[in-house]
Ligand binder design. Structure first.
Ligand SMILES: Cc1cc2nc3c(=O)[nH]c(=O)nc-3n(C[C@H](O)[C@H](O)[C@H](O)COP(=O)(O)OP(=O)(O)OC[C@H]3O[C@@H](n4cnc5c(N)ncnc54)[C@H](O)[C@@H]3O)c2cc1C
Length: 419
């Protein structure tokens, strides 16, 4: 396919959203230039592939959509245009088959992002997409030119349409720093502050506990949380002790609610069931049996199956007097209160909440007050748990923005020729 030399789309940000926007725009015969601040594109995508790239999820579409919470009404049309099935077919088109894991999550065979990205970039280049690395966008100049800092100095570029796909504010070393926020706010665009999503939390461990147990997984266990809204959730799994608090799948799944509760109330209280296989009565009975000369550590291990990091958590969080009272000790093992005091900083989070408000955009993701400027990906104001929902929405919004930019160009061209 030969690009139409007449109309150009600049795409700033070469993550999954920007690359998908490039693909959609070049398929609509636009001339496409992708700019990125980093030496190469797709760095966060590649990092996502390190732990086993979770591309999307296989659950039914209604359940899938619910993962986007309040923003699902905005994401529904985007996902209807390019949802999980389309994404899997697209990967297959790039020579990468996908499979559904036991949890329903969808992965590429091989679990890695690199083969997919390699094949995709090859196809984009063959279609005529031009890549400009080491181009850090610093805003607009006079007459709408795009300004970039490059190793060769400042560069001004003209484009007929623009797709911004600059990512959120986490893992800044991979390229997305959130430095775009003031640039858009200065142009009057409504942007919700970027906040950590799918993040760990601080507890404020004692030095002794932190030194002894940071990096230890707590498993099996059940995590219970009741938010200020009264909604209760209980889930079995595991989480990880960190130097300052907790992180991991179970925590990430709750992180939006925990973050909001901490913002509203200064803290969030979890309850840990450290012995999910044993009932309270059984624990009280077992722990009430005299331990003779045996140590408390032995008693906990033999009678309650509690040792290692679980015993450490009890010592850290329970008043010493409660160890002498089997009823109170058993109750703590079944529902140990753990108070979270702060989310970890945005840069450490898996993803960002906040971003460009959907209300500022039209249905093609064009900023209403900046005609010809489109936005896509994690820089939009939505959030979702891990499970493939993040990438799916980035791909879907990138596709909509790229196609939208191409349509906008066509309309602008035909208006110009009618004059
Ligand atoms: C460790 C980790 C694991 C993850 N695993 C998964 C997973 O398995 N499944 C999943 O669904 N999601 C996962 N995610 C989240 C997913 O990777 C992101 O949501 C996704 O990459 C966001 O895509 P994006 O295109 O919007 O932004 P990004 O991928 O962040 O890309 C934005 C691009 O914009 C460029 N840029 C930013 N500012 C400028 C500027 N001023 N000028 C020029 N270029 C600029 C950046 O260099 C970057 O290349 C993971 C994230 C992390 C950190």
């Amino acid at each position: 396919m030969q690009p139409n030399q007449g109309s150009s789309v600049a795409i700033i940000g070469g993550g999954p959203a920007g690359l998908m926007a490039a693909e959609a725009a070049v398929s609509a015969r636009a001339r496409v230039d992708v700019y990125d601040a980093m030496p190469s594109v797709g760095r966060k995508f590649l990092m996502a592939g390190r732990g086993g790239l979770n591309l999307t999820h296989s659950e039914p579409s209604e359940a899938f959509l619910l993962r986007y919470g309040e923003r699902r009404t905005y994401l529904a049309p985007l996902l209807a245009g390019f949802g999980p099935d389309a994404l899997r077919a697209w990967a297959r088109g790039l020579g990468v088959e996908t499979f559904v894991g036991s949890s329903g999550r969808v992965f590429p065979s091989g679990m890695k992002a690199a083969p997919l990205l390699r094949s995709w970039l090859h196809r984009l280049r063959a279609a005529g997409v031009n890549f400009h690395m080491h181009h850090r966008w610093s805003g607009w100049g006079e007459h709408g030119t795009l300004h970039f800092s490059t190793p060769q100095g400042e560069r001004a570029v003209r484009a007929d349409a623009l797709v911004l796909a600059l990512g959120g504010g986490s893992w800044g070393r991979l390229g997305s720093t959130g430095a775009w926020v003031p640039l858009l706010v200065a142009r009057g665009v409504r942007v919700a502050p970027l906040r950590p999503a799918n993040c760990g939390f601080d507890v404020g461990w004692s030095e002794h506990f932190s030194a002894r147990y940071a990096g230890h997984p707590v498993k099996p266990m059940v995590l219970a949380y009741t938010g200020p809204d009264g909604v209760e959730s209980r889930q079995q799994g595991e989480f990880m002790i960190t130097a300052t608090g907790v992180e991991g799948g179970l925590i990430y799944a709750l992180s939006a609610r925990l973050r909001d509760a901490i913002e509203a109330q200064g803290g969030a209280l979890l309850h840990l069931d450290l012995a999910p296989g044993r009932g309270l009565e059984r624990l009280v009975r077992e722990l009430s049996q005299g331990r003779g000369s045996s140590s408390m550590a032995n008693q906990l291990r033999r009678r309650a199956g509690i040792d290692g990091v679980k015993a450490g958590l009890l010592r850290e969080l329970l008043p010493a007097a409660d160890f002498a009272d089997p009823a109170r000790l058993a109750a703590a093992i079944k529902a140990l209160p753990l108070r979270l005091i702060a989310p970890r900083p945005l840069d450490e989070a898996i993803s960002s909440a906040g971003g460009v408000a959907f209300e500022a955009l039209d249905e093609r993701l064009m900023i209403r007050d900046l005609p010809g400027v489109f936005c896509a990906g994690e820089m939009l104001d939505w959030e979702a748990p891990t499970g493939g929902y993040l990438l799916t929405a980035c791909f879907a919004s990138g596709r909509a923005a790229g196609a939208g930019a191409a349509v906008w160009l066509d309309n602008a061209k035909s208006t110009a020729t009618q004059r």
